[in-house]
Design a binder for this molecule. Sequence first.
Ligand SMILES: Nc1ncnc2c1ncn2[C@@H]1O[C@H](COP(=O)(O)OP(=O)(O)OP(=O)(O)O)[C@@H](O)[C@H]1O
Length: 584
Amino acid sequence: MKELQHLNKYFLKYKYQLILGVIITAIARVFLLFTPRLVREIFTVVENWNNGIITDKSVFKAELLENILLIVGASIVAGVLTFLMRQTIINVSRYVEYDLKNEVYQQYQKLSLNFYKKNRTGDLMNRITEDVSRVRMYAGPAIMYSINTITLFVIALIYMFNQAPKLTLYTILPLPILSVAIYKLSKEIHKRSTIVQEYLSKLSSSTQETFSGISIIKAYGLELQTSANFNQLSEESRQKQLDLVRIRSFFFPMMILLIGISNLMVIYIGGKQYIDGEIESLGTIAEFIIYVNMLTWPVATVGWVTSIVQQAEASQKRINEFLKKKPEISNTVTEPTTIKGDITFKNVYFTYDDTNIQALNDVSFTLNKGKTLAIIGKTGSGKSTILDLIGRLYDIDKGEILIDGKPIKSINLTSLRNAIGYVPQDAFLFSDTIKNNITFGKEDASDEDVITAAKQAQVHKNIVKFNKGYDTVLGERGITLSGGQKQRVSIARAIVKDPKILLFDDSLSAVDTETEEKILHHLNTVSKDKTTIIVSHRVSSVKNADHIIVLDNGKIIQDGNHNSLINKVGYYKELYEKQLSEAY
Ligand SMILES: Nc1ncnc2c1ncn2[C@@H]1O[C@H](COP(=O)(O)OP(=O)(O)OP(=O)(O)O)[C@@H](O)[C@H]1O
């Protein structure tokens, strides 16, 4: 229960609804328990009529009717209260589920990129869906059924002991056996349903992967093989489902058996006691039969609730593991920082934790506000890493990164990221309209801003050709853009944000040189007062930059401007000549 204490703050938040729920539950049970006593009354009235104690037929009828009406009345009140019990306690569990989901999601957002590298997406999704649902079962049904069982049991036992103490003992004897049996069964059901769940998620991720890679599968003619893999997985999954169904089938027969045994005991022992004169009325036997049936389900829930609590505890433990994680990159500055855009790297060293790859080795450069730096170099030389470090997606090992002359850690993280317009290597677009994809970083951008940015990114003409223009939906339910179109929408997104710092990570690789030329021309105007970094493999993209650095294996091996570098023997000159000859 230690892990579940995390939920106490939510119980405190919804304390009034919870207390109301508990009171309603208790009162509902009291009303429910009127029925057995009233049934006994009816039996007594009938016995009295048979024994001649009541002789007046109208009195007999009136007493019968009174008890029947009382049963109907008590049942209606109990029914209404049971409805209200669910409306309070189950509602609270839904509120708790909602709050907990939000808490986990907020925490996910705070955690740094490294966290996402170390944990699989499926696992992250599971904690926010499966685990939170299991915890909800504790916050709602488990609490509700526990209160239900306790109140019903206490009140019923008091009534029963008052009526016939010996019969009570015999009646409740099989109930603990029922509880333990249900507990064991629930545990086994849970074990098997977890396996079924695992198979279902394997099936869905494998299907999802197949659909995502359908063009490759078709191109390589692998349909039969993927179908065979699917069938095998599906067959295994079916087997596990059948195992689960088998164990579940025991549940109700077992309950019926144990209720049957209890009923028989009441009839047998009660009957003997009646014959021996230990109990006065046959009505008591009827009353006890109703108690047994009323108590069976709550007693069965003791076993069920125990297993729910155990599952919830395990799930909350997994959730807590993530909630307790401290973000590696945190914002320590509360005041917003105004950013101008000067960037300085001083002897920066950086190694990726997970792979131990040293991506940057003693990198230094200075880039003043409004200037353009280009980074060129072989793949894996550390170009993207420099951009990630400017956005403080990682903290460096050694050296210093200064923004406007201040250490990057002393700058408000939100202000820093708000000041950056980043165009990643793989343009990521959401399943949303083109317009919303462009205004992603600046939701209040006007239609005019969006169109201007799209024109500057050379994608406006493509967009207006679609039937719905800027309202065209992209992604799974919409159209698929070409690689170059995606890159350009992504560039428009950065431009519309009007940031102080623009970072382009090989963002023109999928556009032809003519379009590239036009985009670069517009970028000259757009980035006039902005600090710009362009990462590229193409000399044509970087030649107009104020400063160019050439990276190799995390080290700067050359730097200067285009004119100086093409006159120096080295990587840049070689690349320039090679790309020049390819162009002709
Ligand atoms: N998130 C990461 N975790 C671990 N290692 C990484 C990560 N990102 C990059 N690396 C490694 O760091 C080195 C530098 O990578 P980086 O992406 O900065 O290179 P790049 O010059 O941008 O390459 P490319 O031109 O192919 O995009 C590479 O060896 C790469 O494998």
